[in-house]
Write a new protein. Structure first.
Length: 196
């Protein structure tokens, strides 16, 4: 008759499984589950070896279960921290919301007249700088129209003078280019400017 310890029926889940294995080890140590044959000299040694093997397996399984739970609890925050470290930092709000220097400029008054035998356009205008810094290299464009409002030509000019912060500056009779003799009206507007 063979010895049947019933190990195939034990579910090894969590601490309940460990308790069942511990109970089984006690039964084997006390002598339960013997084959009914008279004990031989080497049988006692074999049985105690089996008890130690079972106890070692239970301790190893319990330690593995506890350590694997701890490792999963530690690994999750480490993965989250690593993922957070790899995310790119958002750009500073100031850099994203920086206003171009030309947006702080305004032409407050303007007029024009002819010069150089009537072919040169001389523009007079006042620039207001509302920025918190001085500006330079201000590009303006002037559109010239006939008396009826139909468009004739555009002229562009870069002003290299500086306009201080929170101030205004008047540019008188600035030559912006040659125009058609039929030009009657002019309107100038700002294109770009550089921060000084």
């Amino acid at each position: 008759m063979t010895m049947n310890t019933g190990l195939h029926r034990i579910e090894l889940t969590g601490l309940g499984g460990l308790a069942k294995l511990a109970g089984l080890a006690r039964l084997i140590r006390i002598g339960g589950g013997s084959s009914g044959r008279p004990e031989q000299k080497g049988g006692r040694t074999a049985r105690s070896g089996f008890v130690w093997l079972t106890a070692a397996l239970m301790i190893g399984f319990g330690a593995w279960t506890l350590l694997s739970e701890d490792a999963s609890n530690i690994a999750e925050p480490l993965q989250l921290a690593a993922a957070a470290a790899l995310e790119p930092a958002p750009p500073p709000a100031e850099a994203a919301a920086e206003i171009p220097p030309v947006d702080g400029l305004k032409i407050s008054s303007q007029s024009w007249r002819r010069g150089g035998l009537g072919s040169k356009a001389l523009v007079t205008f006042t620039l207001r700088n509302g920025n918190d810094y001085a500006v330079k290299d201000i590009e303006i464009t002037c559109a010239f129209n006939r008396r009826d409002g139909s468009h004739l030509t555009d002229r562009t000019r870069v002003i290299h003078d500086a306009v201080n912060m929170k101030s205004r500056k008047t540019f008188a009779r600035m030559h912006v280019g040659f125009v058609n003799v039929n030009a009657n009206k002019a309107k100038c507007s700002l294109v770009t400017a550089s921060r000084l």
